[in-house]
Design a protein around this ligand. Structure first.
Ligand SMILES: Cc1ncc(COP(=O)(O)O)c(C=O)c1O
Length: 415
């Protein structure tokens, strides 16, 4: 007979079911591989250039001013006021800074807190594929069920705009348990900017089926003319049922500061706050002060216009480099990502790994430029759609983009 102690240790199984299916993210694997091989890392989307001086100065002053204690849970007053000032005109309404905005630990916590606030166990959430990888995880941790509807691009497409949603497929996926639809525009990883017509069709469906929309708009300032960023919350009937997320990390090139926000009508914002108050409780006070100052100054400085022009030039530089070496790119209208067609590369799927993963390993190890395979942005049954795709980012210095272009030329020799 075993002792009670042995029985106890044999049964020791501390990990909750909700996280057992999660593995390391694709970014962890490819950043490690890029570091180990000395590859130019055009994989993970974080800017490698300095943040603007006016933003850094604001943070230094906030630290010097001893803004050291807990912030108001829903957001530091100066920041929510600055957000209401910037976003009010963009939403075409006066935003109440104290009841319609919740400051979060990056948009990532905005996603998690919103899903916690709105999704009950068993509720279904529509995720458009390719999705940002934290969406299914947030839904699963709330006990909800992700339901996947893919965007599809006709073969040989050269533009992110060609990726389209089949509205019949979408409506067929909606059931009486469907609660929420998560939208991402401009999108990661495709760089698609949903048009007003596409968003109007989605809005009509959301109203018809009484859905709430979580609209992740973290790349809102990286939209390249003639594309325009339309906020679904501004379409008829949508303000009441939309949560819009933004990110200071993306907007001011400070992804490590982890400041984001949710903008929503009072009942939804209140529900998000009820979840948020038990997740981080509050967000870093001096960093919120710094982002408030940055937002207050950004319009007078023409910062948003500068940001999108800066990224558009980088996009065009990388588009040219990719096209030149036989990696036909799908021209993004927004975000800082480019999807390319890798079909012509002489790389087969490795045993146990999808072809896109094998191709991205090959690009990293043999060509010296890391890219991200898009299959982790799809549910398993749809992962074959990405076999011939890879995602590159251009949120890097011009020197780094030039070095990547130089190395990518090696591809021409293997064609
Ligand atoms: C679509 C999308 N949403 C949210 C996030 C996370 O934003 P944050 O860094 O503010 O948490 C990212 C970051 O890559 C993203 O691509």
């Amino acid at each position: 007979m075993s002792s009670p102690q042995t029985a106890t240790s044999a049964q020791y199984d501390p990990v909750a079911v909700r996280v057992r299916g999660f593995g390391a993210t694709v970014f962890a694997e490819f950043t490690a591989l890029a570091n180990a091989t000395g590859a130019v890392n055009l994989g993970q989307g974080f800017p490698n250039f300095p943040a603007p001086d006016f933003v850094k100065t604001a943070a230094q002053q906030a630290i010097a001013a001893d803004l050291n204690q807990y912030a108001r849970s829903a957001g530091h007053p100066r920041l929510v006021h600055a957000l209401a000032q910037v976003y009010g005109p963009l939403f075409g309404r006066t935003l109440d800074p104290m009841t319609e905005i919740v400051v979060t630990v990056g948009a990532t916590e905005g996603i998690f807190a919103t899903v916690q606030a709105l999704v009950d166990p068993g509720d279904e959430v529509i995720l458009l594929e390719p999705f940002y990888d934290s969406y299914p995880a947030a839904v699963i941790m709330a006990g909800g069920a992700p339901v996947y509807v893919p965007l599809r691009a006709p073969a040989g497409s050269h533009s992110a705009a060609a990726w389209a949603l089949d509205l019949d497929e979408l409506t067929a996926a909606i059931t009486p348990r469907t609660k929420l639809l998560i939208l991402n525009t401009p999108s990661n990883p495709v760089g698609k900017v949903f048009s007003r017509a596409e968003l109007s069709a989605l809005a009509e469906i959301a109203c018809r089926f009484n859905l709430t929309v979580l609209s992740d708009e973290v790349y809102e300032w990286m939209v390249y003319p003639p594309a325009e960023h339309v906020r679904i919350a501004t379409l008829p009937g949508m303000w009441e049922r939309t949560v819009t997320l933004g990110s200071a990390g993306k907007t001011f090139s400070v992804t490590g500061w982890k400041i984001g926000w949710a903008i929503a009508p009072q009942p939804l914002a209140h529900a998000i706050l009820m979840a948020h108050q038990w997740i981080p409780f509050a967000v870093s006070t001096p960093m919120q002060e710094a982002i408030a100052v940055a937002l207050e100054e950004s319009q007078a400085r023409g910062y948003f216009t500068w940001l999108s022009a800066m990224y558009q030039a980088k996009r065009d530089r990388l588009l040219t480099a990719l096209a030149e070496v036989g990696l036909p790119p799908m021209r993004p209208d927004g975000s800082y990502f480019i999807i390319v067609d890798t079909g012509a590369l002489p790389v087969a799927g490795a045993p146990g790994a999808r072809r896109d993963i094998a191709v991205c390993r090959w690009l990293t190890q043999e060509i010296g430029v890391a890219a991200i395979p898009p299959s982790p942005f799809y549910s398993e049954p749809h992962q074959h759609l990405t076999d011939n795709l890879a995602r590159f980012t251009f949120c890097k210095t011009d020197e780094m983009l030039e070095e990547a272009a130089r190395r990518l030329h090696k591809i021409k020799m293997v064609h």
